[in-house]
Design a protein around this ligand. Structure first.
Ligand SMILES: *[C@@H]1O[C@H](CO)[C@@H](O)[C@H](O)[C@H]1NC(C)=O
Ligand SMILES: *[C@@H]1O[C@H](CO)[C@@H](O)[C@H](O)[C@H]1NC(C)=O
Ligand SMILES: *[C@@H]1O[C@H](CO)[C@@H](O)[C@H](O)[C@H]1NC(C)=O
Ligand SMILES: *[C@@H]1O[C@H](CO)[C@@H](O)[C@H](O)[C@H]1NC(C)=O
Length: 409
């Protein structure tokens, strides 16, 4: 989910990879059916026309949006029981490592399965399996929201597996609910911090595509996150960010936690960035119709030219991360099997891994790969490529890919 600040918005009826981004308050959302239907048509905002001269990028720049529809209750064909063996079945820290996995990824985007209200169905055992797998691929994960007790489940799984893992917790506020989703998740996060401390926490991300969703929800004709209409959304988000800082201060924690926000790559509001320690940007070459051969370099170029440049121009210079990037391995329909120049395929997933992961590490880019496993509920609900972005199949078996063999910083 990327967009170009100078680009025009175009709706195309494709869904986003952001499905992961839900996070929270579906059930509690006051959006009317009509509003939801409208939002459904607006998954994908495409800001056109980033052409970086001197680079082999004639890029369309895409912003992708997945709205927060009510999540379909996953038929809880859930995860990978028995995928990871333990030498002591009662001790999750004794898991047997898979020699095909390497800690090559700077970070990975993660949401425990079945963590969307009102259909919470996540389970500690499944989260433990995921953390066992994740810890063999990375030392950093980011969450999108806090509902369904996912914060505590992830921290408990890290405790039991004893892995070296840092988490950027998530709070997924909704602009139109008078702060209900924000406050509910803030309190879950506070409780989890009280129980688990800060050893495994690197930051708290307040907002997931908040500015993008705000502009769409207003029916705004502009995609400019610094336009007058956007500034009203920024006020809401900044109040949430400041409230999180107040909450953290009042807890007198052993370390000061960074507070950030995550949004589509071209939807950062300057005052929001001035209020945070870090920003996380979705940058998706698939949705920008970039060829697989150009995708790794395009991702880097877009992120540097748009997100890092914007942050560096501000006095506080917030640290910028890529919040999501990846490549789908298939489409459920022929119409979405290609993004124009390239197809959704395992071979192209492999090429993106081979050209992006270790190179981004070397370049010092901080990124969260999208994503750990395929998500059948997204495929059922959205079709297309939505459900097929995982390194693993939904049953937590590795796809027919080679994980790059380098050590992430
Ligand atoms: C949340 O998860 C933690 C860790 O498993 C558990 O101790 C706690 O009881 C859970 N809380 C709820 C409300 O389920
Ligand atoms: C790494 O940096 C080089 C040189 O600036 C650039 O060409 C390349 O696209 C970058 N790759 C990634 C994956 O960041
Ligand atoms: C692409 O997938 C979406 C669902 O993600 C679907 O609505 C649309 O019809 C598909 N497009 C084509 C051309 O098949
Ligand atoms: C990307 O390619 C798809 C499939 O060919 C097409 O439907 C869509 O309009 C293209 N989008 C852009 C921004 O070029």
């Amino acid at each position: 989910m990327v967009g170009n600040p100078s680009g025009s918005a175009v709706d195309i009826s494709k869904h986003s990879s952001e499905g992961s981004s839900y996070g929270s308050a579906e059930g509690a959302s006051p959006w009317s059916k009509e509003q939801q239907a409208k939002r459904r048509k607006k998954w994908l905002i495409v800001g056109l026309a980033l052409t970086l001269i001197g680079l082999t990028i004639a890029g369309a720049v895409t912003g992708v949006l997945l709205t927060r529809n009510n999540a379909v209750p996953s038929s809880s064909t859930s995860s990978g029981a028995n995928v990871v063996k333990q030498s002591n079945p009662k001790d999750p820290s004794t898991f047997i490592k898979n020699p095909n996995l390497h800690q090559a990824f700077y970070g990975i985007a993660y949401t425990p399965e079945n963590s969307q209200l009102p259909n919470c169905g996540n389970a500690l055992g499944d989260v433990i399996t995921d953390i066992q797998l994740l810890s063999q691929l990375t030392r950093r994960i980011r969450l999108y929201g806090a509902d369904c007790n996912q914060t505590a489940l992830v921290l408990e799984a890290i405790r039991q597996t004893k892995v070296d893992m840092q988490v950027w917790l998530g709070n997924y506020p909704i602009a139109t609910d008078n702060g209900a989703a924000y406050e509910r998740q803030r309190d879950i996060i506070r409780d989890a911090l009280s129980t688990y401390g800060t050893d495994h926490i690197s930051g708290i991300t307040v907002g997931n595509e908040f500015m993008l969703n705000y502009l769409l929800g207003q029916g705004a004709t502009t995609t400019d996150p610094n336009s007058p209409v956007a500034e009203r959304g920024a006020d809401i988000l900044i109040a949430n960010i400041q409230d999180t800082r107040t909450m953290l201060d009042s807890m007198h924690l052993p370390k000061t936690l960074a507070v950030g926000t995550s949004d589509a790559g071209s939807y950062f509001n300057n005052r929001v960035l001035e209020a945070v320690d870090y920003g996380m940007a979705n940058v998706h070459p698939w949705f920008a119709n970039v060829s697989i051969e150009s995708s790794a370099q395009w991702t880097n170029s877009f992120f540097q030219a748009v997100d890092v440049a914007q942050a560096d121009a501000l006095a506080n210079r917030p640290q910028m991360y890529i919040a999501e990037t990846g490549w789908p391995s298939k489409s459920s329909d022929a119409g979405n099997a290609s993004n124009g120049p390239s197809t959704a395929s395992v071979a192209n997933l492999q090429e993106f891994l081979d050209t992006f992961v270790c190179q981004a590490n070397t370049n010092g880019t901080a990124y969260f790969y999208f994503e750990l496993f395929d998500e059948p509920w997204k495929d059922r609900q959205f079709g297309g490529v939505e459900g097929w972005w995982g390194l693993f199949n939904s049953d937590r078996t590795l796809k027919d890919i080679r994980i790059p063999n380098c050590q992430a910083p």
